[in-house]
Structure formats: structure tokens, C-alpha cells
Design a protein around this ligand. Structure first.
Ligand SMILES: *Cc1c(COP(=O)(O)O)cnc(C)c1O
Length: 428
């Protein structure tokens, strides 16, 4: 029963919890980490969204990445409407999928062939199966703090020693599945060397976020990625860059274009759907030919390459391909982080910030973190207080100290300056 003093958000959250576990369809939306009532969003436009109580917020999650051109961009909306009017799904190949594949291969040259799927989880899971099928090996290597979707073999944390088996991080993941996933520290090339020296010839693939965005924002050191590339080549393991978040966002060609490192396979998602469900995995044709119907690695999807979703993705890619798009995005992100750091300094806060293209990291720490352990040492309570102070001032940050932030092309100077003004107030 609702009471007169309850907000629409609270009423909806109560209702949601009756029929949906925790009231949400993806855990971080529930505000468990920061506390409070999640906002139920009813409408979004440009850099803004509005909740069920009519409160307006500057949005820094951008649907967790996809909304890079701003919400409800007229050209993306029109592309979706036009496609929808021609039918929602056919279960046959379409020209849009060909255009999408051509666009991806052009923008990310390490990808010679690509397959479209519907979520980043599905893309990563399929990429891992492909790597195992193509190499005939079973062991996979990932890094603590990286997220590659919620497939069984990726919900794994490090065991107690370098060569012990990985342990499940979720109930329902069998230990024997986790056992084939080896988990190492991010930005520790020496550990990688040691592992490859021992079991290099059993490793099917190494999967990494080349710029990590699921433990807040954490830059890989060039040495870390270079070592990974060299070891994979030496031992015949497949190097998979999971660029679901960084792809098309840190730069048009993704993190791989910034570091100048060529992975064997790349996982994409988020931005390539422009807000509708599109994800992809692709890479060297010689590896991709192992996929059905050409090869023995099975993978399929009723809604893969869905015409409406592909139309949204193509319209978004067209917009971000315009000259100077990422440079402007990067400049706006820099304007924001510089302003936030200055505002924190006025109040004597231990705070720093980083940005790469349209991806942001905010840290309640005296120095920029370089490792997962340093990220975990950031002051979570200070973040949570800041999160709520900003929310009260109409700025919606990711509701967790350990998530990256996102800006869009619609975050103009006025929006950024309003955010900095809110932060000056919030820090004080
Ligand atoms: C979001 C994300 C995924 C999972 O994508 P979903 O579409 O949520 O399944 C995988 N990898 C990375 C790096 C991500 O940021």
C-alpha cells in the first residue's frame, strides 16, 4: 500500500519488488551499493533524463555506454522508426547486417569478419567458445576486476595461488567450470610471464578489457598489453580484447587503436547498438571460419542482427564517424574532470579523476589508481555521500564507486559547468 508521502519512485520500487527479484532486471540498478531508492526513468533527451516524479537529472551513465550521441538523437530515432515500419524481425539475412559488418570491419581493422549477437555477455561467451574450438585447448585467462558478461566461465575469481584453480564468484557456477579459468592481476606483466612459462601451451585465450571500465576506469599500461600480445603469439593462444565498453567510445577504433596493439578477436557491444540490443565478436578470418555454418563451433540467435537494432546501431556509428567527434567528446570529458578535481581541491578532498574519450573515472583517493587493489582502496563511503549529494542536485552518477562514468556528445559546456557547480556544492 502506498502512503500519500511516498514518491512515485518509491511506489514503483515497492511494486517492482513484488514481481521482480530485487525490483530490477540488472543488479546495479537497485542502488544497493549506494543505498536509497532507485529512480524509475520515464524519458530521456540529450544529456538529460527525467524520473517518475518529474525530477530532471544530468545523466552520466548513458545507459552504461550506448547513449554516446545523447539520448533520443533525432537521426537514431528516425532510423529505428523507419526500420520498425518495415517489420520487426525476419529470421533471414538482411542488407542492414551486411552494412553493419562492413562498418565494423572498416572502423576496427583487426576485425576481418564479424558475427552479430544481442548482448555483450553473448558475444564474450561465443568468443571464448570460438577460441577454445579454434585452438583445441580449454584454459582461459582473465584478470581480476575485468567484466566480460555473466557466462559461467567468466564469473570466477583468483584462487589462493597463481596456478590454483579459479573459484566461482556466483552460486550456480560449477567448480569444474571455474577451474579452467585462470585469474591474474591486471597490469602485472610478470605474473603473465610466469603463467605462460608454466602452462602457456594449454591456454586457449587471454581475455582482457584493454581499458578497464568495470572496476571504475583503469588504464592498462602499454607494457601489460604488449607482454600479453607477445606471449599469446609465442604460445599460439588467442588474444581477445573485450571492447564492449571501450569500443567506439575511447576512440573510433577502440582501445586497440590507442595502444596500437592488434588482438586476434574483439568483443563489441553497447555503442554498436546505439541503445538497442546489438553486440558482436569478430577478428581474423582464419579464426572466424571455425564458426558454424563454416566450421564446427556452434553459435546462433533468433534475434541476432535484428533489423531494428541494427538500424539504431548504423545510425549511431554514422554520427560518431563524423570528423572530430571523439576529439570533442574527449575535450568535454577533460573539462569535466578538470573542474571536478578543482572543486574537490577547494574543499580539501582526496579526489582525482581520469577520462579517456567519453569514459570517466572518479576516485576518492589521493592518486590515480594503477591496480585493482588501489581501486578497491578508494573511499567508498566518501563516494556514496558524494553520489547522493549530486543526485539531490540533479546529477545522476553511476550508483557505485566501482563503475566508470560516461558522457555523450550532448554534454555541452553548459551541462558540464552545471555539473561542476553541483559538485562544488556537494564536496563542501
Ligand atoms: C557491459 C559489458 C559486458 C556485458 O555486456 P551485456 O550487454 O551487459 O551483456 C561485457 N564486457 C564488458 C567489458 C562490458 O562493459
Amino acid at each position: 500500500m502506498s502512503t500519500p508521502s511516498q514518491s512515485r519512485n518509491e511506489i514503483l520500487f515497492e511494486r517492482a519488488q513484488r514481481t521482480t527479484p530485487g525490483g530490477v532486471n540488472s543488479p546495479v540498478r537497485a542502488f544497493r551499493s549506494v543505498g536509497g531508492t532507485p529512480r524509475f526513468i520515464v524519458r530521456a533527451e540529450g544529456a538529460w533524463f527525467w524520473d517518475a516524479d518529474g525530477t530532471r537529472y544530468i545523466d552520466y551513465i548513458g545507459s552504461w555506454g550506448p547513449a554516446i550521441v545523447g539520448h533520443a538523437h533525432p537521426e537514431v530515432v528516425k532510423a529505428v522508426q523507419d526500420a520498425a515500419a518495415h517489420g520487426l524481425s525476419f529470421g533471414t539475412p538482411t542488407e542492414g547486417e551486411v552494412e553493419m559488418a562492413e562498418a565494423i570491419c572498416r572502423l576496427v581493422p583487426s576485425i576481418e569478419q564479424v558475427r552479430l549477437v544481442s548482448s555483450g555477455t553473448e558475444a564474450a561467451m561465443s568468443g571464448l567458445r570460438l577460441a577454445r574450438g579454434a585452438t583445441g585447448r580449454t584454459k582461459i585467462v582473465k584478470f581480476e576486476g575485468c567484466y566480460h558478461g555473466h557466462a559461467d566461465s567468466m564469473l570466477v575469481k583468483a584462487g589462493s595461488g597463481l596456478l590454483t584453480f579459479g573459484n566461482p564468484t556466483s552460486a550456480g557456477v560449477p567448480e569444474n567450470v571455474a577451474a579452467d579459468t585462470l585469474v591474474l592481476d591486471y597490469n602485472d606483466p610478470a605474473q603473465l610471464e610466469a603463467l605462460f612459462q608454466k602452462v602457456g601451451d594449454e591456454i586457449a585465450c587471454v581475455i582482457v578489457e584493454p581499458i578497464a571500465g568495470n572496476m571504475n576506469l583503469l588504464r592498462a599500461t602499454p607494457e601489460f598489453l604488449q607482454t600479453m600480445r607477445r606471449l599469446c603469439t609465442q604460445h599460439g593462444a588467442i588474444l581477445i580484447f573485450d571492447e564492449v565498453m571501450s569500443g567506439f567510445r575511447v576512440a573510433l577504433g577502440g582501445a586497440q587503436s590507442l595502444y596500437g596493439i592488434v588482438p586476434d578477436l574483439t568483443i563489441l557491444g553497447k555503442v554498436i547498438g546505439g541503445g538497442l540490443p546489438v553486440a558482436a565478436f569478430g577478428g581474423r578470418a582464419e579464426i572466424m571460419r571455425h564458426l558454424a555454418p563454416l566450421g564446427a563451433v556452434y553459435q546462433a540467435g533468433t534475434l541476432s542482427g535484428n533489423p531494428v537494432a541494427v538500424a539504431a546501431g548504423l545510425a549511431t556509428l554514422k554520427l560518431i564517424e563524423q570528423p572530430g567527434f571523439h576529439e570533442r567528446l574527449g575535450n568535454q570529458a577533460k573539462r569535466l574532470t578538470t573542474g571536478l578535481v578543482a572543486a574537490a581541491a577547494e574543499s580539501g578532498r582526496d579526489f582525482c579523476a581520469d577520462a579517456i574519450g567519453g569514459m570517466l573515472g572518479l576516485y576518492f583517493a589521493p592518486r590515480l589508481p594503477r591496480t585493482h587493489a588501489e581501486i578497491m582502496a578508494c573511499d567508498k563511503n566518501a563516494f556514496n555521500a558524494f553520489f547522493h549529494a549530486m543526485l539531490d542536485r540533479g546529477v545522476y552518477l553511476a550508483p557505485s564507486a566501482f563503475e566508470a562514468g560516461f558522457i555523450s556528445a550532448a554534454h555541452d559546456d553548459a551541462v558540464i559547468d552545471a555539473t561542476i557547480a553541483a559538485a562544488r556544492d556537494a564536496f563542501a
